[in-house]
Structures are given as C-alpha cells and as structure tokens.
Design a protein around this ligand. Structure first.
Ligand code: HDD
Length: 749
C-alpha cells in the first residue's frame, strides 16, 4: 500500500502559501501528466476500441464524433481561465479588503464561478429521468431498398453511427436502476439523410391506447403528489387505481409484472419500436413495420428479492454494468429485426395494428433480421451527452413514416415540446449530441442560445436575393405517405380496440412455470402495497379475464376471496390467430456468448488455496467472465503458503447479490474464517435463494454447511469439487451458462 503512494501528493504542500503575507503571490498549480493513450483517442474505451470508434475510426464509422470533437474540452497542460478565457491567478481565495477584511463585490471571478454553479442543474425529464447512454454504430445486413428508402438500409454493410439512451420510466434522476419498471430503449441514428430516432421500450406494448390518457397514466404512477412517495415504484394506490379502471392496460401489466421489468442488464434485454410504423420505398409504396432489437447476450432477468437488495448495494447497477462492459471492450450487440406486413394482411388480424396495447405475434408475422447495432464507446461527459440528448418520436427520415396509431400521434407532438422547457429554448438541436452529421439548412432563426451564425440577409423563401436557396428538395426530400382520409372527425376508438384480454392471456400462457410464478408474485407484492381493498379487488377481478389460475393465485396471496370477473367491454369473443407464442418467454433467447461478461465472486480469506484461486480466476477469465476476489476486507491477504495476494473487493462493499455466480475455494483456515463470517453466509444463502450457480472447492464445503441451507436433491447448479479435480472450471462454466435454477425458489420464499 505504502508503495502505491510513491510519486503522489501525500499533503498539500502549497497550502501554506494561502496564509498571511505569503498570500501576496498565488502559488503555481501542480500538473500531473496525462495517462498514455492511443493516438487520437480521448477516452479509455476509444483507446481500447482499435479502428472502430473515435478519432481512430475508419471514415463514416464514427461520423458523429466530428461534431462532438469540435466541442470537446481538455484542460490538461493549460492555465485555468474564467469563461471569458481570462487566466485565473488564484482559485482558492475570494478577493478581500485586507486579509481579515470583507469580501469585495468587484470579485468578478468569484461571482462568475458561483453564478455558474447556481445554475448547473436543469429540469429532469418528466418520465425516463434516469438514463445511461452509449455511442456505437448500426450495420445493415442487406439492401432493403425494395421496402424503404431509409438511408441506413440502402446497402449491405452500410454503417450508421448511433447513440442510445436506456432508462427507467417512473423514478427521478437519482433513483435506483433495479426498480420494477419499463425500460426506455431510445436510439438516435445519425444517418446521411438526417436524424432518425427510434424511441422504444423493452416491452412491445403500452398501457394505454390514446395519447389523451398519457398525462393521467404518468400522474398515477409517479410519487403521490401529497407526500412525494413512493420513489421509482408502481406499487402504490394511485397507479393501481388508474390501471384497474383502464382494462386496456391488462396486456401491458402482464409484461410489467413479468421478469422483463427487472432486467439483469441493459445488455440483456430486448427493445421494441412498439407502434406500427410504415416503410416507404422510392416508388411511394408502403408496408407496415414493427421494429425489434434482440441482444446477442440473450434475455436475462433478476429475481425480485435480488433486485431489492441490489438497489441498496449498488443503485447504479445497470449504469455501471453498461459502462464497465464497454470500457472492457465487451461491446454490447443487438440484432435489429423487422416484421413487415401489408395493410390487407393487417385488416384480417383479430386485433388492430394501430392499437399499441397489441403485439403482432412472431408466429403470425416472422421477424426478418436486417442489421446489428454495437455500442463501443462510452460518453465523454454524462451531462453534455446522456442528459442533453433529446430524442423525438417525430424524428423520421425519408423511407420511414407513421401509422395512424393515436398514441403515436400524441408522441409526435410531445417530445420537442417537453425539450423546449427542459433544455431552455428551441435551439437544442444544435447541441453536439443532437446535431445531425449532415448540415441542416433552413430559414429558422434566432431563439435562446443560438449557436449557428447565419450569414446574409435572406431568411425567407421564396427569395430571389439568395438565388432561391436553400431550396425545396421535392421528391428527394421527406414526402409523407399519401394515406387516404378515414372518415368523419370523431372522438372515439375503432371496434377492435375494445378487446383487452386475448393477448394478455397469450402472454401469460406462453411463459415457463417459473415466469408465471414470478408474475403472480409481482401482482401479490404490488397489490399488498395498495391500501384500499376495493382497488385490490378490482385488479383481481380484471385478472380473472386474463387467467383463472393467475387471479386465484393472486387472491390467495392477498388473503382475499376471489371476486367476480370484471365485465368485459367487448362481449363478442375473439379468436386469436395464435394461442401460444414460445417467443414471449425470456427462455426462448438464451444468448450466444457462453459466460462472457458474467460477474463471478470467488470468496477468499487468509489461508485460501492459491492454486484454487488461480485455476478459477484464469479459467473463467479466459472464457470472458469477470472474476472478483471477495475477502473479509480489501487489499492484502495471505494464501495457505503464506504468499501475499490482494482481494479486489470486500464482503461488505460488493455483496454477493452483485454477482451472477459465487465460489468458495479450499484452504482449511480460510474456510474456517468464512464459515464464521455472517456476511459470507448471507451472500451464499442469497445466491442459493436467487437460483445462482454456487461452487465449493475442497474445504470450501464447510462454508456451505455453515449456511444451514437444506438443498434440493440433484440441484444442477450447486457444485462441490475435490481440491485437485481437473474439470472444476468446465463444470462451473457450464452451470453459469444456465444462469439460474428457479426450481429452488418455492422452497426458499
Ligand atoms: Fe415517451 C420520453 C418511450 C409514450 C411523452 N419516451 C421517452 C423516452 C422513451 C420513451 C424511451 C426517453 C427518451 C430519452 O432517453 O431521452 N414513450 C416511449 C414509448 C411510448 C411512449 C415506447 C409508447 C409506445 N411518451 C409516450 C406518450 C407520450 C410520451 C404517449 C405523450 C403523449 N416520452 C414523452 C415525453 C418524454 C418521453 C414527456 C419525457 C422526456 C422526453 O420526452 O424527452 O415527451
């Protein structure tokens, strides 16, 4: 440890210069050399990323770094200045009339610094306030010009830079990552035909059918206005009161109470454009389209008890996971798939494709893979990029158009409107993270914080004084699909919107037994937080229309009699095209990458067998896993032979819930220490209860025995290994690939 301080400041040697007569001349600041980086790189992830991103990127791959480069600021080796670039002599003391005298009003340096600080916060997003961003690229698999003129799909292998922001919906900016919630999945494509934003979620349906109800929905789910509680949770009266009076939410509630609402990682969840969109080709021909993102690592979730504990141990769990994976060069990857269908096909469906509470089952219209998206660079600055990025459901490019989904119609209005207030005026499109990579030319002028300096006297069209420029693009520009009008003006909904339950039932019935159990558990938990019994009853009466089994299970969990089923709005029975959709279960997408990026804790103490530690560390790391040695404390420990080694983290600062699998190595002395450490036993009990792979090598078994857990017979993820067995790493890795063994849960909860 002491060695580690060599060359660093152990005290502030200049401090004495701030006092008495020595204060006459300010001290010179100290400078540390910048760490070595690859040529042209400005972040660690860029330095790691070879030729893919940043200044080192091949032309076209990272075009959005160009506008960002203009705005990047690096103070290394420079004098400190005011915002007017006047060099600052002394950044420690305000200007005073005498050393013990009053501070002076004319100290413009102090005043500038405080004034700026006083205004450093901006309003948070009204929903999706907490988010995490990443840069990357989209690569098209093939030429889709027969379907769409949209720039990213015009040739196989075409690269389009992207920025993503993942988010929770209900919580405030500083809330926890692992709340039960929908996740935002918003992607900005910086195309060579302007910006296209696909502002989606990790669930393919929504709570409501019409944007008229959006403010009501959000008011109901946000903390209750009289006391500001609860934070980042739908488990309260107003949310369940509202949704139980809006049976159109039944389908979305199934998704929100499922494991999809507590993803293991942003890197392991799907994304959906939700609405039906249109693709339009160069001949003006259009098809309907639904967008799907599927993660290469597969779809995986937490269990509720684990999510609750993680939120205390690391509220930044998902943000950290995304950041660390990209910094480590494990670039998250998703495949884009589209479902394409004609208007005539859509008319024949038992549901309305303009209804955002409905999916188009994959078994009815298959998903066509069209490209992949890779995130390979972390933002340089959270505020400038992740906070100031402004997505908008109305940002489409030629080749992509809207359907008449009435929820989408409201979104087309809402995004820019909210951003004008959040970002302080109409010019936020000029912020580097929002600026397109192709230049924008129009006659819009002025407004708060204008950065472009428009030259010349012409800011109108038609004009002759500027040769008619900028001129209209005609057919080369965005041409709205010529959709015929639908009928008289009316406030109402189409007939098929009245059916609220068939797809909720499809979702529930398509889940594995463990997933179904989790849905019932989630309803039970959420409704147990509801204080008004009539609201609980109304929800359960709604559930009777989804599944008798589910309603009975939830009623039992709440200690209430099963109420009669809620009257249905649609009384004519609907015959769904698909009765079971295996694709709706998370288990249908296990992922391709073995144990890559899984976090494994190896519990160690003084006396651990070095050979076990090395075998596990090297064997698992070689397969791409992230292995951390957890000791009773961080820092130096001694192995069984007295040699020194370091723990990466402690049983206190990185509890077992933060890991995908846990192992205890051999060494009698270490096993005795850990078996007596209540934290180690708690972590192992949690790991078992949450269905995780557990491995005990040699004497490590004593620690398992000390937990007092009676395991299931033949539990495939509970492993014991002899001290010198050759296949330990392989057995453990095979168990980790399986992720969880949920069969343990009923006995443990
Ligand atoms: Fe929305 C933000 C996704 C319905 C109004 N929405 C927002 C974000 C995502 C979504 C991912 C965060 C973007 C970011 O990271 O900055 N919203 C959806 C989806 C919806 C949806 C998938 C249904 C299919 N939203 C929806 C409706 C309205 C809004 C019906 C209003 C009529 N959404 C907003 C908003 C937000 C927003 C108030 C808050 C912050 C922002 O836009 O920039 O305008």
């Amino acid at each position: 440890l002491v060695d580690g301080w060599a060359g660093q400041r152990t005290h502030n040697a200049d401090k004495s210069a701030e006092y008495g007569s020595a204060a006459g001349m300010p001290p010179q600041g100290e400078h540390f050399p910048e760490p070595a980086m690859a040529a042209g790189a400005s972040t660690t992830s860029e330095a790691n990323a070879g030729a893919k991103v940043g200044a080192a990127a091949a032309a076209g791959r990272d075009a959005n770094a160009a506008p960002l480069q203009r705005a990047r600021n690096d103070g290394s080796g420079r004098h400190m200045t005011t915002n007017q670039a006047v060099a600052v002599a002394d950044n420690q003391n305000s200007l005073k009339a005498g050393l013990r005298g009053p501070a002076l009003l004319k100290d413009f340096i102090l005043r500038e610094k405080l004034t700026h600080f006083d205004h450093e916060r901006i309003p948070e997003r009204v929903v999706h306030a907490r988010g995490s961003g990443a840069h990357g690229y989209f690569e098209a698999y093939e030429d889709l010009s027969a379907l769409t003129r949209a720039a990213p799909f015009q040739q196989a292998g075409k690269i389009t830079p992207v920025f993503v922001r993942f988010s929770t919906v209900a919580g405030e900016r500083g809330s926890k990552d692992t709340a039960r919630d929908v996740r935002g999945f918003a992607v900005k494509f910086y195309t060579d035909q302007g910006n296209w934003d696909l502002v989606g979620n990790n669930m393919p349906v929504f709570f409501i059918q019409d944007a008229m109800k959006f403010p009501d929905l959000v008011h109901a789910v946000k903390p209750e206005p009289h006391h500001g509680m609860p934070q980042a949770a739908s488990a309260h009266d107003t949310f369940w009161d509202f949704v139980s009076l809006m049976p159109e939410s039944a389908h979305m509630l199934m998704w929100q109470m499922s494991d999809r609402a507590i993803p293991r990682s942003y890197r392991m969840m799907q994304g959906f454009g939700v609405h039906t969109f249109r693709l339009v080709n160069a001949h003006g021909e259009s098809v309907f389209c639904k967008f799907h993102w599927t993660p290469r690592l597969g779809t995986h979730s937490l269990v509720w008890d684990e999510a609750v504990k993680i939120s205390g141990a690391d509220p930044d769990y998902h943000r950290r996971d995304l950041w660390e994976a990209i910094e480590a060069g494990d670039h998250p990857e998703y495949e884009l798939g589209i479902q394409v269908f004609s208007e005539e096909q859509a008319e024949g469906f038992s549901f309305d494709v303009l209804d955002a509470t409905k999916i188009v089952p994959e078994e009815l219209v298959p998903i066509l893979p069209v490209g992949r998206m890779v995130f390979d660079r972390n933002p340089d600055n959270f505020f400038a990029e992740t906070e100031q990025v402004a997505f908008c459901a109305a940002h489409v490019i030629p080749g992509i158009d809207f359907s008449n989904d009435p929820l989408l119609a409201g979104r087309i209005h809402s995004y820019v409107d909210t951003q004008i207030s959040r970002l302080g005026g109409p010019n936020f499109h000029e912020l580097p993270i929002n600026a397109p990579v192709v230049p924008a030319h129009n006659n819009q002028r002025d407004g708060m914080h204008r950065q472009a300096i428009h030259r010349g006297r012409v800011s109108y069209e038609p004009n002759s004084l500027a040769g008619g420029c900028p001129f209209q693009a005609g057919a080369a520009g965005f041409v709205s699909f010529a959709e015929p009008p639908q009928g008289d003006e009316v406030r109402g909904k189409p007939e098929k919107f009245a059916e609220h339950y068939a797809q909720a039932t499809l979702f529930y019935d398509s889940q594995s037994p463990a997933e179904r159990r989790h849905i019932a558990d989630a309803f039970r938990f959420e409704l147990s937080k509801v204080t008004v019994p009539a609201v609980r009853r109304r929800v359960v009466s709604m559930l009777r229309n989804v599944s008798g089994e589910l309603a009975a299970e939830v009623a039992r969990g709440l200690g209430m009699a099963l109420p009669p089923a809620m009257p249905r709005v649609c009384t004519t029975p609907v015959t769904p095209e698909v009765a079971l959709s295996p694709a709706l279960s998370l288990l249908s997408r296990p992922g391709e990458d073995g144990i890559r990026t899984r976090r494994i804790a190896v519990l160690v103490a003084d006396g651990s067998r070095a050979m076990d530690v090395t075998t596990l560390h090297e064997g698992l790391t070689a397969q791409g896993a992230v292995v951390r040695l957890l000791g009773p404390h961080v820092g130096r420990l001694q192995d069984a032979d007295g040699a020194a080694f370091d723990a990466d983290a402690s049983l206190e600062n990185e509890p077992g819930v933060l890991f995908d699998a846990l192992a205890v190595v051999g060494g009698a002395a270490a096993a005795a220490v850990l078996a007596a450490d209540v934290r180690a036993l708690e972590h192992l009990r949690d790991g078992y209860r949450h269905g995780k792979p557990l491995l005990f090598v040699g004497e490590g078994r004593q620690v398992w025995d000390a937990t007092g857990v009676t395991p299931l017979d033949n539990d495939p993820l509970l492993l014991f290994a002899g001290a010198d067995a050759d296949d330990t790493v392989q057995r453990f890795a095979a168990a980790i690939v399986r992720h969880r063994y949920p069969e343990r849960e009923p006995a443990m909860l």
